[in-house]
Design a protein around this ligand. Sequence first.
Ligand SMILES: [Zn+2]
Length: 173
Amino acid sequence: MVKSKDFEIQFSALKLGSHQFNFDIEDSFFTLFDYSEIEKANISTSITLVKKATLLQLDFAMTGHLTLACDRCTEDYQQEINQHFELIVKFSDIVESVESDEILILSSNEHTLSLARYIYEFAHLSLPSKRTHQSLDECNPQMLEHIEQMGLTEDIDETIDPRWENLKQLKTK
Ligand SMILES: [Zn+2]
């Protein structure tokens, strides 16, 4: 069982300077969340953490693939991803400190950085707006044909030819 604890970094024990962490993100990772658009994935998340006196600087390099449904033929395909994301962790005990997607504010007595939510968000930011097989040749031809046929019948239902309407009226007379 995957636990969000598996994606924690005990940063307080780290020396100042650069540190490397690796997390393998698989299907089970996304079951940690109530809702996920991603169900199948195989992503290697390599994190470079630079510990400075007053802050932590994290660079997430995410490479691998997501399994998504093709918008054209509806079958699953492998979407390659290769993305970088940054996160800055600052420390403050002032409640009103401004947090954003790239800046996380932790209380100065925290020792642990929980990264599951960030990895989840970054994986979703990697989703392409256009989700299809790379070329039409890779799409399932039977499915394409089937969808096209369904599309045609829908068109017929939607636009009733006025001549048919007139004929129907003639018949009922
Ligand atoms: Zn396809």
